[in-house]
Design a protein around this ligand. Structure first.
Ligand code: PMT
Length: 400
């Protein structure tokens, strides 16, 4: 959810400010771009140099910046508008109160007042301050403004007292942010299973039967489903691709492994998309040792692999099951045949006759066919765009 998101992190002056180094690292690791603005007193608790190094951006704290003889006005409005989400962590009682009353006497508050994006707040203070009616009222007001309050944790406080008021742990803040961004998306609360990549069917310890699939189409679908708020399980055959950390990625090698994982995950799923190029056959026997070169020919006996998407199509109760069809001739007829034979709700046809479509490339050209044989063709596009088109077609057909 945080991938490519622009996060404006506002740090105020409390001991929990030291944890923003870990927080910044986690956000960057999750793929976010982080810009940091801090109050003067935050600098007493955490070094702007450390944060600038981690975020790879200058850390701002004052309205006026003097550089090489030039005086520059830090553009708080621009920063406020740049952000997809503003997080104020730790948020002290002083800053919270100023936010509630609209006081604007530092750069952080000016950014806050200019921000049009959602604002999340992670309060941090001593327990009596946190319990104080003034703080309760302030937090209620900020909630009324539509901001998300990340509840403070309980534990030992800097004062030596024990109780509520500790800033939430960085991992919990990131999880809160992800859930916040996910909520309200069209596929929030939905579980989507996607198969991707090739399968490798071992002949002996060094050789296998495989195909040209790279996994790009399946990984792009996982990304698109994630963007729409779904919880994504991606079962992938051998590929070098990396998935977003929010994706539950299960790496497998053979069709049988992919089948077992898919069947196990299936009952929890709302939607399944079979983008993997699964080997239809595997060698009947896998030699324990490397096969030696003997004679002029070698015969391998192959046996059928289970058809994963067909098995899921036959088992489905409420799930929406979508297959792919990779064809080289009579494309529409073959795709419609697979749609029916495999008990699918829809099938995505791609043809190797279309240049730039199918295996390996960063592009694809697909036709979406649903079970009523409504045919929706698309132009050649990047696999990321194709994946969004497919998710859009699926979303339109899900029960509301
Ligand atoms: O990975 P890329 O390099 O990005 O390439 C993407 C792709 C070309 C692999 C992808 O777009 C695609 O077409 N995937 C399906 C390839 C395929 O195996 O098609 P098929 O027509 O043979 O199979 C039909 C459907 O049955 C597919 O959903 C397939 O996943 C499924 N199947 C097939 C055999 C089997 N044993 N189990 C299955 O689940």
């Amino acid at each position: 959810m945080l991938s490519s998101k622009r996060i404006l992190l506002g740090i105020t002056g409390g001991i929990a400010a030291y944890k923003t180094t870990f927080l910044t690292r986690l956000l960057i690791k999750a793929g976010a771009e982080v810009r940091i603005v801090m109050t003067e007193s935050a600098g007493d608790f955490v070094s702007p140099l450390t944060l600038a190094t981690l975020s790879k951006h200058e850390v701002l704290h004052s309205f006026v910046r003097e550089e090489e003889g030039l005086t520059d006005w830090n553009n708080h409005v621009e920063l406020g508008l740049w952000a997809d989400l503003m997080l104020i962590a730790p948020a002290t009682a002083n800053t919270l109160s100023k936010m509630a009353s609209g006081t604007c006497d530092n750069l952080l508050l000016a950014c806050y007042m200019s921000a049009k994006c959602p604002v999340l707040i992670a309060p941090a203070m001593d327990l009596d301050m946190y319990r104080h009616p003034a703080t309760r009222k302030t937090l209620d007001t900020l909630e009324e403004y539509g901001h998300g309050i990340i509840p403070a944790g309980e534990g030992e406080l800097a004062s030596g007292l024990h109780g509520e008021g500790r800033m939430a742990e960085p991992e919990d803040i990131v999880a809160y942010m992800e859930n916040y961004l996910r909520a309200g998306q069209p596929l929030t609360g939905m579980n989507i299973l996607i198969t991707a990549g090739p399968t490798h069917e071992a002949i002996d310890p060094v050789r296998f039967i495989g195909n040209h699939s790279t996994g790009k189409m399946g990984f792009a679908l996982a990304e698109a489903a994630l963007e729409l708020g779904a919880s994504v399980t991606l079962i992938s055959g051998p590929t070098h691709l990396q998935a977003d950390p929010s994706v539950r990625l299960i790496r497998v090698t053979s069709a049988l492994e992919m089948y077992t994982q898919a069947v196990n995950a299936f009952p929890e799923m709302d939607v399944v998309i079979g983008a993997a190029a699964v080997a239809d056959y595997r060698p009947e026997r896998q030699a324990r040792e490397k096969l030696k070169k003997e004679g002029e020919s070698l015969e391998l006996k192959l046996v059928r692999n289970p058809d994963i998407i067909q098995a899921l199509g036959e088992q489905k109760t409420t799930q929406y099951v979508v297959g792919f069809a990779l064809e080289t001739q009579n494309e529409l007829d073959f795709a419609k045949g697979k749609l029916q034979d495999k008990h699918l709700d829809a099938i995505v046809l791609n043809s190797l006759k279309d240049s730039g479509a199918g295996f390996g490339s960063d592009t694809n050209k697909v036709t979406f066919i649903d079970k009523n044989f409504t045919i929706t063709p698309f132009e050649l596009k990047t696999k990321a765009e194709v994946a969004r088109d497919i998710m859009h077609e699926i979303h339109k057909r899900l029960p509301k």
